[in-house]
Design a protein around this ligand. Sequence first.
Ligand SMILES: Cc1ncc(COP(=O)(O)O)c(C=O)c1O
Length: 405
Amino acid sequence: MNDVSARFQWWERPDLNYENGKLKFAGHAVSELVRRHGTPSFFYNASRVTANIKRLHQALEGAGFADRFRILYAMKANRFAPLLTYLKTSGLVGIDACSPNEVEHAISCGFRPEDISFTNTSLSREDLGRLTQWDGMSMNCDSIHAIQKWGELGQGRDIGIRINPAVGIGREGNDKLQYSGALTSKFGIYREQLADAMAMARRYQLRITKIHFHTGCGYLTPQLESWENIIRTCLWFVDQIETVETVNVGGGLGVPHVAGDAPLDLSRWAAILKEHFLARPVKIEIEPGDYIAKDAGILCLTVNAIEKKQNTMFVGVNAGFAIALEPAVYGLPFQPVPALLRQGRHQIVSIAGHINEALDIFYHDIELPPLQEDDCLVLINAGAYSSSMASNHCMRGQFKEFLLV
Ligand SMILES: Cc1ncc(COP(=O)(O)O)c(C=O)c1O
């Protein structure tokens, strides 16, 4: 088998690369971070987070939106308090929150209610009651029921409505990441419900000033045609409501996960927004989570056991889908990367977690340099939807988190 250790890997970039066989991340040798802090540990690179956000700013400014846009970080992706406070201090983003607890957490990290946009489904009376205390927060109702309940709690306010265009987007070939489309989904108000939704808003003198949609996650450049189709479909909704001042086009912008994925072409993405929105008197909001946080985080693990079973060489590590569930739930692989490159023959291995479930495999059949028990193995792209979705399944939910600034 070829020695790939000396070759440039698809995921390498200036803040994440090998130097003399040692993995460096955010200016640190990963082996040193792990020696100090142990595993399993998540490390987040603050500068990478900022760079990701600035790229979005540049794309929207380049498309002519100047000060007519707002970037809301979807905190469900990663709510680590030091990261949120860092983001608040940067002044570059507001927050997309999806539960009353998330709103309170964002506030505790320094965000003001007016920095926050709220979108969620299946809200209880208690949820809505808690949300009414945050004057200035922007509320997106995702059903006629939510409009009614919100109206009952206070008439005469501005609201957004989440719509469902019945077309969706997501990482190529991954239906689990699509939020609207051929199958009826729980999200948003469908075209045939719009008249009733508008009537419900009128009943409580709620002014619909925002149209919101989020139609899927993980899309890259090959999906931009679908992206344009979604925008076209959503314009019908915008045209029905003359009080609309803002269009929130959701998140969903993806990052490369495997060799062969190219980064999302942001200038093409922004050009589609320009084509359909620039001439209209509306502001644009986006609410990405993945794009901001995912590739800014790594998860450092320890190799517990290596054993060949039939034709598969399993490398067992000291964490599982309880703290990093995207491979198990969404079928999104995490590229494993050894912290130290050993010389020797490369092998095809499968990286297995320590949860008693068959689906707890981080990666099937990947070629890696030699590994030994107690080595540090790193999963890249662990900055979003890993720690934030952790459970305590099998009582294996423990991890540490560090923001590298
Ligand atoms: C309403 C809404 N907005 C934004 C996001 C963020 O999506 P992503 O992290 O893919 O950008 C999500 C993710 O589930 C969502 O449901």
